[in-house]
Design a binder for this molecule. Structure first.
Ligand SMILES: [Zn+2]
Length: 147
């Protein structure tokens, strides 16, 4: 990216975190990040805004660039699936007896196409490391259907 693109994109970070990089800091950051395309840099900034409590340093930005790359790779490896329309979950309905009153719940089952595993890396690795009851709640979280 050009220095102008860098300054413009970086100002979004500064505004959001209400902090200003010094000229010297910006010069060093640009030296480290100039090989990165402006599109990637902007995505990394968005990633930082969503994930970093504090204004990111060069290492945070480089890490964000890697994370964005992983997310993009996951999205592009998604399989086309007619059963779940590619989202990895299939809704189904079940009547549940709620103290004599039947309520229809909508449930989500994980589709066997495997797209669910390719979905957003952060939530998926969490699921895999959570205990069974939590997985159950996560997968079968009921949603009330309007009568
Ligand atoms: Zn599917």
């Amino acid at each position: 990216m050009t220095n102008g693109e860098f300054i413009e994109a970086t100002s979004r970070l500064e505004k959001y975190y209400e902090k200003e990089f010094s000229i010297e800091q910006q010069r060093i950051m640009f030296e480290e990040l100039r090989e990165v395309s402006v599109e990637k840099y902007k995505k990394a900034i968005t990633y930082c805004i969503r994930n970093n409590k504090f204004i990111p340093k060069v290492s945070d930005i480089l890490n964000a660039i890697n994370e964005v790359k992983k997310i993009v790779a996951k999205e592009t490896t998604r399989i086309e699936c007619k059963k779940c329309k590619g989202v990895g979950y299939v809704p189904y309905y079940k009547k549940i007896d709620n103290g004599g009153k039947e309520i229809i719940y909508q449930f989500f089952a994980v589709c066997d196409c495997g797209n669910e595993k390719r979905y957003d890396g952060t939530t998926i690795s969490d699921i895999e490391h959570k205990s069974k009851p939590f997985c159950f709640l996560w997968y079968f979280l009921p949603f009330f259907l309007p009568a």
